[in-house]
Write a protein that binds this ligand. Structure first.
Ligand code: ATP
Ligand code: MG
Length: 293
């Protein structure tokens, strides 16, 4: 007995993406609130996302898949995915609703949990390839989970090249932009670390770090900034730990970039009270909710 769209009652819209729309829904039989990601007909990213979420069903800090809703015509890509509802929404949404940048403590909670998620995914040979604040979801208790595997890939061999232009160019690492300039030094997992570094710095600054505030992120400007510019860094006012953590993520040479395992040992995430940092993030979720009322 396959899941059907009619098993769910629409409550509200949670977000729009490239692929389609995500709704807050209620599963009629269980009354459980869930998120329903609806894809455009035949969207190939639907099957890819379903495959990866099944593979990562036991991975910590990865959003849970509840059901795959097939499309009406057999053999076509799934029509929708029913996902665990993350009540805090995405970090991009949280930043917008707060209207100000985030402090280091809640950012450390984001970094630590995203790294744990990446470690589990990479152990399964899954690369995400589209990490960014809108694809990191938050729970009411400050839990962080990785979502949106529409650009993800399961690597068959460790060094399977996957430099194709999938994902959002803005968060793409230099070696993915220009693989030829970096040949010999290609590590597909390191690209996710770069993207995480950009996302983390964005939370601290309150805006996308690689371009001047307000500049439209067109392809040419991004390519210039990512491949020819200096890696962006936190201002001098930031702590030494945070500055070093970001620098280790945003190492332009993939071979010199810190690994996920190394970053999990970094003082910015390992050297502090993890529960306290998560509480600080939960407080921001509560504050944003107050602002919504
Ligand atoms: P894009 O192509 O823009 O990255 P997408 O179409 O692949 O987006 P998602 O990133 O999966 O779609 O979801 C879009 C938005 O919907 C998210 O940024 C988030 O705000 C919201 N959203 C998605 N899944 C959930 C969920 N499980 N719980 C709460 N909100 C969610
Ligand atoms: Mg997304």
């Amino acid at each position: 007995s396959d899941a059907r769209l009619s098993d769910y009652e629409k409550i509200s819209v949670l977000g729009h993406g490239n692929g389609g729309t995500v709704y807050k829904v209620r599963h009629r039989r269980s009354a459980q609130p869930l998120a329903l990601k609806l894809f455009a007909a035949g969207d190939p990213s639907a099957a890819r996302e379903a495959e990866i979420l099944k593979l990562a069903a036991d991975a910590p800090h990865v959003v849970r898949l509840h059901a795959v809703i097939p499309s009406a015509s057999a053999g076509e890509a799934p029509a929708a995915l029913a996902l665990e509802l993350m009540p805090g929404g995405s970090l991009a949404g949280l930043l917008r609703r707060l209207g100000r940048p985030m402090a280091e403590r809640p950012i450390a909670a984001v970094a630590r949990q995203a790294l744990l998620g990446l470690a589990a995914l990479h152990a399964l040979r899954v690369v995400h390839r589209d990490l960014k604040p809108s694809n990191l979801l938050v729970g009411a208790g400050g839990e962080v989970k990785i979502a949106d595997f529409g650009a993800g890939k399961v690597l068959r061999r460790r060094l399977d090249p996957c430099a194709s232009y999938v994902g959002t160019a803005a968060y793409m690492s230099p070696e993915r932009f220009d693989p030829e300039a970096y040949s010999g030094d290609y590590d597909p997992y390191a690209a996710d670390v770069w993207s995480l570094g950009v996302a983390i710095l964005e939370l601290y600054l309150g805006h996308f770090p690689l371009l001047p505030e307000g500049q439209r992120p067109d392809w040419a400007a991004l390519m210039c900034a990512i491949c020819f510019g200096e890696a962006p860094e936190p201002p001098a006012a930031a702590s030494e730990e945070f500055r070093d953590f970001v620098a280790r993520c945003l190492e332009k040479k993939a071979g010199q970039r810190a690994s996920v395992a190394e970053l999990l040992e970094h003082p910015f995430v390992a050297g502090r009270d993890a529960a306290g940092a998560q509480q600080a993030l939960a407080a921001l979720v509560a504050e944003a909710e107050q602002g919504d009322l």
